[in-house]
Design a protein around this ligand. Structure first.
Ligand code: ADP
Ligand code: ASP
Ligand code: MG
Length: 455
């Protein structure tokens, strides 16, 4: 079997839904499990409605609710001009009622817990999948009966063993050549039945989880670009599709902000050795990217990514000099405050680290003040250069610094895995930095350090 995941822009309207249905029909002999995102902008709208309700602005929340339901009904009516099938009509009425109740509950209490937010966010994927399944005459499965997770609402962690067992009992019997099954990405449920989500962009992760659980031969991520490109095309229009990527390169790119793949997507695929392909719904027979563990690309530089805003903390302490336990106690403070660190650079008496701009820092800073002084630089971005043979290729750093000569580099980190070189710059400098690096490194490729090929 294969997994075909379609992102929000691939199911934006009725025309897109028809295209998706045609692509799935073409793949029917391969036994596709179709994993769908909410339609374009829907998850954002649901978040907005939830926040309006929390602010006590039920009027705005209800207006957003009406707009959302009208848009979905419009798509459904376009696909069924002679009237909606009863199951679809009932599902739309039911989901509309559920969203109405949830938003009123939030507004009444003026309280939006992560659990309530997940329940509200789940409506998007449940709507889009109902419409596509009805249009295709395919089986519809509620992902919450399969994707068992822990209770970390908003970024739930899948319980893979249970998920695999549930996929075996619930999904496997429905799958077969010539049939398609449609289910939701992004959402799951705890053992107690509470709805959870896997974090924004999490449908890619769902696709990989389903693929790993069911032993897929291919996990296809269908989106609005022709695969993984050498940089975000919105930043660098000259960016080119990459035909083959190693798991390590793809994981690194995703972790450093290449939105085309959710960062957790690669892991289940790596564990089962399943290739992930990234394809374009707009140009389905055009170029695409294959990500496997088999590839030795031999490239010194594969792609660029950026992540931001981040905050740089520079921790300075005289105790650090000749003190073996300093770093251990420093990271204990971060662990205790549940703040994750991305990049680190150390000097004799100071350590610089980057944390997500949204990380709550008050308690952390208080703890650190006990033994160090802390400098804070906000509105920074990480610019990452990823390539399998980065470290082995002479002259790479020289070319990077040359390209960035007009940009102030505030921190540098060479990933211990040798495939990423990262710079911290001011957020406003990130785009010019990416353009300069892309021009210097990827538009006139360096001679790779070794021949590429397959292992
Ligand atoms: P979907 O809704 O299909 O999940 P996303 O918007 O999440 O789509 O991801 C696709 C977008 O990711 C592209 O439109 C592109 O702007 C962005 N992107 C960022 N970095 C890259 C990259 N290296 N290659 C391709 N796309 C990228
Ligand atoms: N609909 C969710 C989001 O917008 C999940 C996804 O599209 O992957 O974040
Ligand atoms: Mg996405």
């Amino acid at each position: 079997m294969i997994v075909m995941k379609f992102g929000g822009s691939s199911v934006a309207d009725a025309a897109c839904m028809r295209e998706v249905a045609a692509l799935v029909a073409e793949a029917l002999p391969q036994t596709p499990l179709v994993v769908l995102s909410a339609t374009a902008r829907t998850t954002d709208t649901l978040f907005q409605a939830a926040r309006s309700a929390e602010d006590g602005d039920l009027g705005t929340a209800m207006e957003l609710h009406r707009g959302l339901m009208a848009r979905h009904r419009g798509i459904a009516e376009d696909l069924f001009p002679d009237g909606l099938p009863e199951v679809l009509d009932n599902a739309l009425v039911e989901l509309s009622g559920e969203l109405d109740l949830l938003l009123r509950g939030v507004a009444l209490l003026r309280e939006l817990s992560p659990r309530s937010m997940d329940a509200i966010a789940s409506i998007g994927e449940r709507l889009s999948t109902r419409i596509l399944a009805a249009h295709m005459g395919a089986d519809w499965v509620d992902a919450r009966t399969v994707v068992r997770t822990d209770a970390t609402h908003g970024s739930a962690v899948p319980v893979f063993k249970e998920l695999t067992a549930l996929a075996g009992t619930i999904l496997a019997p429905l799958l077969g050549p010539g049939r398609a099954v449609v289910t939701q990405g992004y959402i799951g449920a705890t053992a107690k039945g509470f709805t959870t989500t896997l974090g924004r962009g999490g449908s890619d992760f769902s696709a990989a989880l389903y693929g790993a659980a069911l032993g897929a031969t291919d996990i296809q991520i269908w989106t609005d670009v022709e695969g993984v490109l050498t940089c975000d095309p919105r930043v660098v229009p000259e960016a080119q599709p990459i035909a083959e990527l190693s798991f390590a390169e793809a994981a690194e790119l995703a972790a450093f902000g290449a939105k085309v793949l959710h960062p957790a997507t690669i892991q289940p695929a790596v564990e089962k050795g399943i290739p992930v392909t990234v394809r374009s719904t707009r140009r389905p027979h055009g170029r695409f990217t294959t990500i496997t563990g088999e590839v030795i690309t031999g490239r010194s530089i594969t792609a660029l990514a950026q992540r931001g805003p981040v905050t740089v903390l520079t921790v300075t302490s005289a105790h650090m000099l000749n003190q073996s336990g300093f770093l251990a106690s420093l990271f204990q403070v971060f662990a205790r405050n549940k703040i994750s660190v991305d990049l680190i650079a150390t000097a004799e008496v100071s350590v610089s680290l980057t944390v997500d701009a949204g990380a709550p820092l008050d308690a952390l800073l208080e703890d650190l003040a006990a033994f160090a002084t802390v400098g804070i630089a906000r509105d920074r971005a990480i610019v990452a250069i990823v390539g399998e043979r980065l470290k082995l290729t002479p002259g790479v750093t020289g070319r990077c610094f040359g390209a960035l000569r007009d940009i102030n580099i505030e921190m540098i980190s060479m990933g211990a895995n040798e495939i990423n070189l990262s710079f911290v710059v001011k957020q406003d400098d990130a785009r010019p930095a990416l353009r300069a690096l892309h021009g210097a490194l990827l538009e006139s490729p360096m001679v790779a350090g070794a021949e590429g090929g397959r292992r």
